[in-house]
Design a protein around this ligand. Structure first.
Ligand code: FNR
Length: 363
């Protein structure tokens, strides 16, 4: 059952990528242009630091798969792409390994192909501390993700129907493992209130996992005989909305869900993300064009992200939070309802940062 489910997820997620109209709420975010803000590319670094973690680049391959023969091959290719481009990578849920230890190799390959990379293990909120530790040990993980996915479980025919134990479960795991713990949604988003609760539970970072890309409600509905949960499609907040909602987050936030291109990466960083993850779009590239195509795509994203930082005049991703942003459309409506003032975002750069000797003539 579980191996079939893993293969179904890959098939339905890629089908969804092909059908997607390409629009989401990142389209409501734009940078105010300052024609003389740019700096020299050689002065730009992509390094990001959060929760005691330092990444060479602020982009990662987010959790997807493992647990079946086919998905083991996908994990091998994702790990090769991560190794060749230097991006961190997260495993898919490792529950399958606890149900059937024979599939351990389909996860272990993430570390074997990428011995020096930053690799993240992934469990659900009901995993015991012992299992969470074993998941970390299996791939010598540098961090652990706990996924929270109530919408997916609700629509999944064989899904969980009891969620009350998730809060104490997360607290136990966060206290019981040696690596930083990241709690992530899978496409419906984390609210401000949820991120504050996660901080109280001892979680080190939150991956907002918002709406706008892979929709697991729809994927699971496609696995139901009568597809009778179609109305839950699109449930939750977009990733851009989540970022705006968590401006005062007490722990670092990561952004994922519907990240389509390097501009979305820059937008998410400018809205406060310490790192930005993508899943479905990378999976589609891998299955359509093979590992070489995925390596080329990730390399292009990193190159163009550095180019965007250069034109925006920021030396590191963190400085993007001091660049002027315009927030429009439905995203702005969301902000009004949640009491978030969007106007300061359009005036936060406080002028152009031009070197002194160049302004001498005007004095
Ligand atoms: C996922 N995702 C996921 N997340 C998780 O924490 N554990 C998991 O096992 C999986 N499995 C999975 C399988 C497949 C095929 C896809 C495409 C995705 C969710 C993923 O990490 C991410 O949160 C969502 O896909 C939203 O990001 P994108 O796809 O819009 O970039």
């Amino acid at each position: 059952m579980i191996t079939q489910r893993k293969d179904d997820h890959v098939r339905l997620a890629v089908e969804q990528q092909r059908q997607h109209d390409g629009r989401n709420q990142f389209d409501d975010v734009s940078f105010l242009h300052h024609a003389l803000a740019g700096l020299d590319r050689e002065d730009v670094s992509l390094v990001t630091t959060f929760a005691g973690i330092s990444w060479q680049v602020p982009l990662y391959i987010n959790a997807m798969t493992g647990g079946s023969e086919k998905t083991g091959v996908i994990n091998r290719d994702l790990a090769i792409a991560a190794r060749e481009t230097g991006v961190p990578i997260a495993s898919g849920s490792m529950s399958a390994y606890f149900k059937d230890p024979d599939c351990a190799d389909t996860f272990r390959v993430l570390r074997e192909e990428n011995p020096g990379g930053f690799v993240i293990a992934n469990v659900n909120a009901t995993a015991s501390v012992d299992r969470a530790r074993r998941a970390v040990d299996l791939i010598r993980a540098d961090a652990l993700q706990i996924h929270v996915n109530t919408v997916q479980e609700t629509v999944m025919p064989e899904g969980d129907r009891s969620f009350a134990s998730w809060v104490p479960g997360i607290e136990r795991i966060a206290a019981g493992v040696e690596v930083p713990v990241i709690v992530k949604e899978v496409g419906s988003g984390l609210s401000r209130e949820t991120v504050h609760l996660l901080a109280e539970l001892g979680v080190h970072a939150a991956d907002l996992g918002g709406r706008g890309g892979t929709d697991f409600g729809r994927i699971e509905n496609g696995r139901r005989e009568r597809a009778d949960y179609a109305y839950l499609a699109g449930w939750g907040q977009s990733t851009a909305a989540c970022l705006l909602d968590t401006q005062d987050a007490p722990i670092p936030v990561l952004a994922s869900g519907g990240v389509r291109d390097p501009l979305d990466v820059a937008r998410a960083l400018a809205l406060g993300a310490s790192g930005v993850g993508a899943s479905g779009t990378f999976l589609r590239t891998l299955l359509d064009g093979g590992v070489a195509a995925l390596i080329a795509r990730i390399s292009t994203w990193l190159d163009q992200l550095a180019a965007l930082l250069t034109l925006l005049g920021v030396r590191t991703p963190a400085v993007l939070t001091h660049r002027d942003l315009l927030i429009r459309g439905e995203l702005r409506d969301f902000c009004v309802d949640r009491g978030i003032d969007t106007r300061p975002f359009a005036r936060r750069s406080g002028g152009l940062d031009v070197p002194h000797e160049m302004t001498g003539n005007r004095r």
